[in-house]
Write a protein that binds this ligand. Structure first.
Ligand SMILES: Nc1ncnc2c1ncn2[C@@H]1O[C@H](COP(=O)(O)OP(=O)(O)OP(=O)(O)O)[C@@H](O)[C@H]1O
Ligand SMILES: [Mg+2]
Length: 331
């Protein structure tokens, strides 16, 4: 079973300013804005959509291949990804670039000032599926990345007959109708959250029915309301997996996609697939950071059963995990 995860690879730098931005930004002088915030704590987290998705895929017993671009500050990140069972042989490291960097300063009111430095991510448009053995690829996800790379990968998957999920997420704000249609066309699945669904409809001028002329299925996540799938043949809505605590939601969408890919890769029915995705997502809600959650497959299966009852797919999940990763669980 070979799943290729494409998307951004980034370091996230999170800083807290122990004051209020509003005390330092003077509206009458913003034409000459020059402020520097002395911050007294800083955390660095592993981030980027592609490693986030690949990480939960590995927890679910897959051995995903991460296809993306990183820079000189990637060594320890790569070592960690390999240690959890992610194959980074399709990840290219550019020694003249930095890995993409998300930097955010948060004040005491939870206002944020952020920047995203694209760095090596801009080079992801240079990667191609034409260099790979297409018959060895079962599924690809095209997660948020350099916009040109996303269009390229979708076009190549279409030409090569590789099944793909188109996951534009926040990049919907950056692309035009043409880019959206060229990326979505032929996708087995388009996945968006409920807000992004409205953006996608506006951008394309199509409703869900119209979108289904171009993609096989539309999967919509609805935060605490769960997730829905629409295909020509069926529509399902699946409520969320019950959370133990809501600590920090960043990354829930990415973890959801790991469960989605797992269900699709194993050929499970849609309700089971959305349930798998909801359970994968809820773990992220309970931790700060997008790759700080962890579970064994047994723990995951027990949690699934507690939320949705037993399902024969769970035994298949367990057996496939052993086939995919003979050394599972990782030591
Ligand atoms: N309060 C919650 N309780 C349980 N599960 C939740 C909750 N909120 C979100 N989820 C799970 O996460 C999935 C994705 O959530 P959401 O629709 O908020 O994604 P998103 O807006 O793309 O998130 P992200 O911030 O990661 O981009 C939901 O379909 C659900 O499975
Ligand atoms: Mg999202």
């Amino acid at each position: 079973m070979s799943i290729i995860v494409t998307g951004s690879i980034a370091w996230d730098y999170l800083m807290r300013f122990p004051g209020y931005f509003r005390d330092h930004i003077l509206p009458e002088h913003v034409h000459r804005l020059s402020v520097s915030f002395l911050v007294d704590d800083k955390e660095r987290h592993r981030g980027g959509c592609a490693p986030n998705i690949a990480y939960s895929l590995a927890l679910l017993g897959n051995r995903p291949k991460l296809m993306g671009t990183a820079g000189i500050d990637f060594d320890d990140y790569a070592a960690w990804l390999n240690s959890v069972g992610i194959d980074t042989s399709l990840t290219y490291v550019y020694d003249q670039e930095f890995t993409a960097t998300f930097t955010v300063i948060t004040d005491l009111d939870n206002n944020q000032i952020a920047s995203f430095h694209t760095g090596a991510m801009a080079r992801s448009r240079e990667l191609s599926f034409h260099n790979l053995d297409k018959d060895s690829i079962d599924w690809v996800i095209i997660a948020p990345n350099d916009p040109q790379a996303m269009v390229r990968y979708a076009g190549e998957c279409r030409e090569l007959g590789i099944k793909f999920i188109y996951d534009p997420s926040q990049q919907l704000a950056r692309i035009d109708r043409d880019e959206f249609m060229r990326s979505a066309e032929g996708a087995a699945v388009l996945t968006v959250n409920d807000y992004e669904l409205e953006m996608a409809k506006k951008l394309s001028g199509l409703d869900i029915d119209g979108l289904l002329d171009h993609v096989g299925a539309v999967v919509v996540t609805r935060g605490a309301e769960g997730a829905s799938v629409y295909t020509r043949a069926e529509t399902h809505h699946v409520p969320v997996a019950k959370e133990e605590a809501i600590v920090e939601p960043t990354g829930v969408g990415d973890a959801f996609r790991s469960g989605l890919l797992t269900g699709l890769a194993y050929g499970f029915d849609w309700p089971t697939t959305l349930q798998l995705a909801n359970v994968a997502a809820v773990y992220v809600l309970e931790r700060v950071g997008t790759q700080n959650h962890s579970y064994s497959l047994d723990q995951y299966i027990a949690r699934f059963r507690a939320c949705y009852g037993d399902n024969p797919a769970l035994e298949i999940l367990r057996n496939r995990a052993v086939q995919n990763t003979p050394e599972y669980p990782p030591t």
